[in-house]
Design a protein around this ligand. Structure first.
Ligand code: BGC
Length: 424
């Protein structure tokens, strides 16, 4: 059925149109830029603002539409975005993780334009590690620019709480050391581990970190390339260790978001939290100081490995404001913007030519780790595996948190891996 405008309405529209300058109807004539992300926590929003401020300088008079959907890890944002993309209503750019998420969900569906030329004209091909560019490249075309690289496998702690309880976290930590500290804290009436898994991904990340701490970097690569089975005894061992850790978590974990769990650490209600270094953004926002108020160590057993959780932005096909979208991408890839963004976000710049003296102890530690450690893609954040496997992991974790059955857990993962195109 065709929609017919009734005559009085037609008249009204003509009247309105007569009052609107013609330029407003010209393609791309409106000076707007809509950016879609899930950066809504205190630290995330503050960091995003630095990118917006730089964009406003680059595009005078631009009106930025900050299209956010709350929910850490993007679990709530992605379905909204998918509906918009499928409906032909893309924002001007959106937050992506490289690897499977970008290539499998957006590039394969033909939603993105290559931006390979920008890599040359902006010189990004010379300053962004090739390994990262490869994660965004298909058939010789690169599809996104990265603004920062998070380290996923970090165990954060409230320094004063540990000191008060005579605990020294050291430069690296084993699972046994973690459990000894947890026992001590529990005996002193402090909740050892803060988890905020109202979005299940946060506890899936606790498992992901524990999995790496158990199977090591080679085991990680083998699992995601089909060389090691997901029901291997080592994966089961990781599930059991993860189950043991859950016994030390806060009782209200399922009611809290990841940043509320960080708040529990900030306020000293809990001692540790195992979470990517967007956590740093929350500490920074609360004006806490590296090594004085809070400390960190690699998640137990993961010293020498860096789980990459990188954030980038692509150029959509039919971007509503294409020129502004390109200016946004240029800002995201610039040295100045990355130097301003990272200290507030917790990630390190994707560019390696930044001035390290502009960064504090945590960032320098993470930059060193990035330069020398085994770099591994995250599954919980969509890089290492297709969306179906990522979802299967979240589902298996949801069940495990309740039944703690390691056998069913690894069986579910093994089945999901078989069904997935990940290792084919
Ligand atoms: C993103 C981070 C974000 C975190 C929590 C991750 O998926 O890469 O930028 O801060 O989720 O929302």
């Amino acid at each position: 059925m065709k929609l017919k405008l009734r005559p009085p309405l037609t008249g009204l529209l003509l009247l309105l149109a007569a009052q609107i300058p013609f330029s407003a109807f010209a393609a791309g004539g409106d000076n707007k830029l809509e950016i879609f992300s899930w950066w809504t926590s205190g630290g995330e929003a503050a960091a995003l603002d630095t990118l917006f401020a730089a964009t406003k300088k680059a595009i005078p008079g631009v009106e930025i539409i900050n299209a956010t959907v709350a929910g850490g890890g993007g679990s709530a944002a992605r379905p909204v975005l998918q509906a918009r993309l499928a409906g032909g209503n893309p924002p001007d750019s959106w937050q992506i993780h490289p690897g499977w998420e970008l290539l499998g969900q957006y590039v394969a569906a033909n939603y993105c334009e290559p931006i390979t030329d920008l890599y040359k004209s902006e010189g990004w091909d010379k300053v962004v590690p090739k390994g990262l560019i490869d994660l965004m490249t298909k058939d010789g075309n690169t599809y996104a620019v990265l603004v920062g690289v998070h380290r996923g496998n970090v165990l954060w702690y409230n320094k004063k709480v540990l000191q008060k309880n005579g605990i020294n976290a050291g430069d690296k930590m084993t699972f046994d050391e973690f459990f000894a500290a947890a026992e001590k804290l529990k005996a002193a009436g402090v909740t050892p581990l803060a988890v905020g898994d109202s979005g299940i991904w946060a506890t899936a990340q606790l498992f992901e970190n524990t999995l790496l701490g158990t199977v090591g970097p080679q085991g990680w690569t083998d699992l995601f390339t089909g060389k090691m089975a997901w029901d291997d005894p080592k994966v089961k061992q990781a599930a059991e260790t993860y189950g043991k850790m859950l016994a030390y978590q806060n009782s209200d974990h399922s009611a809290l978001t990841w940043d509320q769990a960080v708040k529990a650490v900030i306020e000293g209600r809990c001692a540790f939290t195992s979470m990517g270094d967007w956590t740093y953004g929350e500490f920074a926002k609360a004006k806490l100081k590296d090594k004085e108020d809070f400390g960190w160590v690699s998640h137990p057993g993961t010293d020498g490995a860096f789980i990459v959780v990188s954030d980038g932005f692509p150029l959509p096909k039919n971007a509503p404001h294409r020129q502004n979208a390109i200016s946004w991408l240029k800002v995201c890839g610039s040295k100045e913007a990355q130097e301003a963004f990272s200290p507030l976000k917790g990630s390190i710049p994707a560019r390696t030519d930044v001035d390290k003296s502009k960064f504090g102890p945590y960032h320098n530690w993470s930059m060193q780790s990035f330069a020398k450690d085994a770099l591994l893609p995250s599954c919980v954040h969509g890089e290492a595996a297709p969306a179906a496997f990522q979802q299967a992991l979240n589902d298996a974790v949801t069940t495990f948190v309740v039944d703690k059955n390691a056998d069913t857990f690894v069986k579910a993962l093994a089945q999901a891996a078989k069904d997935s195109e990940m290792a084919k």
